[in-house]
Write a protein that binds this ligand. Sequence first.
Ligand code: SAH
Length: 358
Amino acid sequence: MKDILSMTLDELTADLTNEKPYRAKQIYSWLHQKRAVTFDEMSDLPAALREKLNKEHIICRLTAVKTLVSERDGTKKYLFELPDGECIETVFMEYKHAHSLCISSQVGCRMGCKFCASGLDGLVRNLTPAEMLSQVYEVERLTGETIGSLVMMGIGEPLDNYDNTIKFLTLLSDKNGKNLSLRHVSLSTCGLVPKIRELSKLHLGLTLSVSLHDSDNAKREDIMPVTKAYNIDELIKACKEYIAETGRRISFEYAVIAGVNDSKTDAERLIKLLRGINCHVNLIPVNNVSETDFHNKKDNVKNFEGYLNAGKIPVTVRRTLGSDINAACGQLRKQRTEDRRQKTEDRRQKTEFGINDC
Ligand code: SAH
């Protein structure tokens, strides 16, 4: 079966060579503008074509199996089940100017950042372009709202799923589809240097966020193993090239972790590293993940912000939306995987001991 929602208009046109030339555009509009979820809804297509599409193509759909709503700020966190039963998380945030969505790019992650819940069990698989796009379409369907900006900061490393990510961005910004300007998109990476270079050549206009979290190489290696493959010097060099190539400012993410990277010395080293670079630092109060012992400390984010301000580095503190709903990415999926594992184990024991469910 062909994954029709992952196809660009050109690919769909090539796929339908025996049909009238305008059919591809018609179907594309049904999928990406009218958001049809079945071929039977496509009422202006001949029945024979609908039947053929039904036989040869599937329209990717996600099922919300759990929704958490923040009582504090209305943030909604969805646990979506994919067609093969795997799960991912998507977060819908309401801002004054526009609704924003944080999407996942992989099931799990193989980058192994020590403070992150998403990678605790490694990578399961990449998401398809359709599975990334469906997070947008499904949330718009469920909320009745229009997503005006998007961040790729959910589960996964988008640049480790490079081709599908680029295709997703192409579909998302297509004027025949959702038509979201990539100026309203941020892509976050832990620092895959060759892919940052590749991305810069595409001039997509998006904001690149680089998860830095430490300015000392040995310390960064401890919390972010990717540093062993691409050290801080190489990463910063690639970032400078990215800025020169695209003319866009880079945003460096820095999760402030008590006793790990929050001292005045850490801030001074960071200031030295970033001085003169067209960038901005986004401080994130680290989210506690029960499996790790990284935690936040009262005032450490504020103090760190003060050090950076004194060093004239542009800095903001990320608003913590949905703090009452387990907002650290990967936590909800992890819970679900554990619940399922427990159920399988219970079932195994019941079978072993001859107990039957029905
Ligand atoms: N793989 C990408 C995008 C996903 S993570 C990346 O590394 O950038 C999105 C952001 O959340 C990253 O900056 C990541 O380092 C951060 N993050 C992950 N776990 C966190 C936690 N427990 N507390 C604070 N930030 C966290």
